[in-house]
Design a protein around this ligand. Structure first.
Ligand code: FSX
Ligand code: SF4
Ligand code: F3S
Length: 386
């Protein structure tokens, strides 16, 4: 779509949203940000960065800023299933709250077990009430894998002891849009790792409705808030890859956005943790980095208020945004080339690629360049489509 048409379409969407009643009676976004010491300038800087993150050109920045002011218009229900709460923590636990987390604070979170005061019967009642009041209009965000079928009793929640599976199904039924936040909810995650004793599955396996996956263990705050903003702005689902991940966030490999990529291309590898190469920031491929097989934008967004990310900290990517990564990407500190790689890409090319890299690494210096050429043939299966 041409920029002008898109601009008009998004403006109309925001005009429609503007007509909806705000769900926060006592505060607007300006006073919320003022209270937390965020200047208009910082806010516009944030809006500019979010615009770029979503793959829009800079002239869309005022629309993104406006979307933030309207972010209290859409009710959100956030459920916790089987998980570590790291996804919520990724977003909320910063010593100085980021603008992302402040805006998340401002949105109309009708139900979020970690954040709300209610517990037990009252919490259960609040959830039912939120679903009933906002039927067909709320955004459902689910964190955690879901013990299902005969195993569903492994996760029961609230006064009536309903299973997580039943709760997730009911909440999905009446949602306007559904986001699986984190690898557990998107693909089953650590609970679903072999031998998966609780029969945990992805959210998409317990509902027939479309689920947008926002994986990562945990995902970055930018990817969580960006997914929400995309929906506020467009009112439709984003372009998705083969695993229903938004392409704006998961369209490129970790390897494509890595600050050590020049080292890979030059064939400069860390041979073991703590060696000279490690001190110089060489590529972590030989000590197990799975960046070439992992689709995520963490090199760009980073974590903890944009301070760092796994590879910057000196450990390879463990493939945390890929399906079944606990089983398929390990051992995490060995290159895939040293073993038979049971690809999560269902034979779409990673096997052959990994084998060739292995041969290359064993034989020659400067092989990084050859390996790069081979890996580059392997792309996210749907990332070229719009
Ligand atoms: Fe899973 Fe999120 Fe990993 Fe944890 O809840 S994606 S275990 S960071 O917290 O679901
Ligand atoms: Fe970065 Fe890992 Fe790729 Fe090396 S293999 S360039 S550390 S993503
Ligand atoms: Fe996960 Fe790899 Fe990024 S481990 S956080 S996808 S660098």
């Amino acid at each position: 779509m041409k920029d002008n048409n898109l601009y008009e379409k998004l403006s109309l969407r925001l005009l429609e949203l503007e007509k909806l009643p705000g769900l926060k009676n006592n505060e607007n976004i300006k006073s919320h940000l003022d209270k937390n010491g965020v200047s208009r300038r910082d806010f516009m800087k944030w809006a500019g960065a979010m615009t770029a993150t979503l793959g829009l050109s800079a002239n869309f920045t005022p629309l993104v800023a406006k979307a933030a002011t309207l972010s209290d218009k859409l009710p959100i229900i956030w459920l916790h299933m089987a998980e570590c709460t790291g996804c919520s923590e990724s977003l909320l636990r910063t010593d100085a709250p980021t603008i992302d987390s402040l805006i998340f604070d401002y949105i109309s979170l009708e139900y979020h077990e970690t954040l709300m005061a209610a517990a037990g019967w009252q919490a259960e009642h609040n959830l039912e009430h939120a679903i009933e009041t906002h039927k067909g209009k709320y955004i459902l965000m689910v964190e955690g894998g879901i013990p299902s079928g005969n195993n569903s009793f492994y996760l029961t929640v609230g006064g009536h002891g309903n299973t997580g599976e039943t709760i997730a199904q009911n909440a999905s039924e009446h949602a306007a849009a559904i986001f699986a936040i984190g690898t557990c909810s998107a693909f089953g995650g650590v609970q679903a790792a072999h031998p998966n004793p609780t029969g945990a599955v992805a959210l998409s396996k317990v509902t027939n409705k479309t689920v947008i996956n926002v994986p990562g263990c945990p995902p970055s705050e930018k990817n969580i808030v960006g997914t929400l903003f995309h929906y506020i702005l467009y009112g439709t689902l984003p372009a998705l890859d083969a695993y229903n991940r938004p392409k704006w966030a998961y369209g490129l490999r970790v390897h494509d956005l890595c600050e050590r990529r020049g080292r890979f291309d030059a064939g400069e590898f860390v041979e073991e943790f703590g060696d000279e190469g490690a001190k110089k920031g060489y590529c972590l491929y030989k000590v197990g980095c799975k960046g070439p097989y992992t689709f995520n934008n963490c090199g760009k967004n980073r974590f903890n208020s944009h301070t760092s990310w796994p590879i910057q900290a000196g450990h390879g990517c463990i493939g945390c945004s890929e399906p079944d990564f606990w089983d398929k990407m390990g051992p995490f500190e060995e290159p895939v080339a040293n073993r038979l790689f049971n690809t999560p890409f269902n034979g779409l090319g990673a096997d052959a690629t990994a084998d060739k890299i292995g041969v290359g690494l064993l034989t020659a210096t400067g092989i990084g360049i050859a390996a790069h050429a081979m890996i580059s043939k392997f792309k996210n299966p749907k990332s070229d489509e719009e």
